[in-house]
Design a protein around this ligand. Structure first.
Ligand SMILES: Nc1ncnc2c1ncn2[C@@H]1O[C@H](COP(=O)(O)OP(=O)(O)OP(=O)(O)O)[C@@H](O)[C@H]1O
Length: 239
């Protein structure tokens, strides 16, 4: 997976090991994501997908190896600094403040009220329903609407690299289709690079250019999203 020329690489992991306490979850993993690419990382429960995203963001420290963004090492960088310099993160756990309004939840993603208005316009392009519901408490949104709000928050600072953790989990096909449209538009219009952790194979293969399967913290298989990928990935996801 390291055949990509350096000039076209947005994100490169080289021999990265990370985990919790003495336990290594990600094991000497190497992965490279090209600029403007949508890359789907799949794997069964507990294989380390979320840990990998958190390691990229610095929420879980890399014990060894290197992580490079646009060719520069980001190991040891503070998550806040990475987010302010163009990395968007839509976490799997519901990270909304349910008693706060939609506007206030989105306000948390930007540095000033001045930045807020322009950022809101950017997310309204993808999810126009939010425009009329800014004062509504986030906790009163449906599950699907909350996921769209979580994604909107990650999009507020117009990231160059978007890390998304199982956004499709528990969602109806119509909501998944809206999210797929938004992700394609972000990539096509702005060249955003997207690393997607997914269990929904149809959604992943619908939006992704390439995929990899993670097994016990290592890349078990990888390929381009094309006819034939489905059965190959399904084989890896069998219990
Ligand atoms: N904070 C933590 N402390 C200790 N172990 C953890 C912690 N978070 C996750 N783990 C363990 O790390 C392993 C990988 O978890 P991770 O959440 O990265 O997997 P995943 O592939 O994202 O799974 P899922 O698809 O179920 O979300 C699991 O065995 C999990 O129990």
């Amino acid at each position: 997976m390291s055949d990509t020329p350096q000039s076209e690489t947005k994100l490169a992991l080289e021999g990265v090991t990370s985990g919790y306490g003495p336990v290594a979850i990600i094991k000497a993993l190497s992965l490279s994501v090209r600029k403007g690419e949508i890359f789907a990382l799949m794997g069964k429960n507990g294989m380390g997908k979320t840990t990998l995203l958190k390691t990229i963001l610095g929420l879980v420290p890399a014990r060894s190896g290197d992580i490079r963004l646009d060719g520069r090492s980001i190991v040891g960088a503070a998550p806040k600094v990475l987010i302010q310099s163009g990395v968007g993160y839509a976490p799997q756990e519901q990270p909304l403040f349910t008693d706060l309004s939609i506007r206030d939840n989105l306000r948390l993603a930007v540095r000033s009220d001045r930045e807020l208005e322009a950022a809101l316009e950017h997310v309204f392009v993808h999810f126009p329903f939010l425009r009329d519901r800014l004062t509504q408490k986030a906790g009163t949104l449906s599950g699907g609407e909350q996921k769209m709000l979580i994604l909107s928050r990650a999009l507020m600072l117009k990231p160059d690299l978007l890390l998304i953790d199982e956004i499709s989990e528990g969602l109806q096909p119509t909501v998944i289709a809206r999210i797929a449209t938004a992700l394609r538009a972000e990539r096509n219009d702005r060249g955003t690079t997207i690393l997607l952790v997914e269990q929904n194979l149809n959604f992943a293969l619908d939006v992704a250019d390439r995929w990899a399967v993670l097994k016990l913290g290592e890349i078990d298989d990888s390929g381009t999203a094309e006819l034939g990928s489905r059965d190959r990935i399904l084989d890896h996801l069998k219990i």
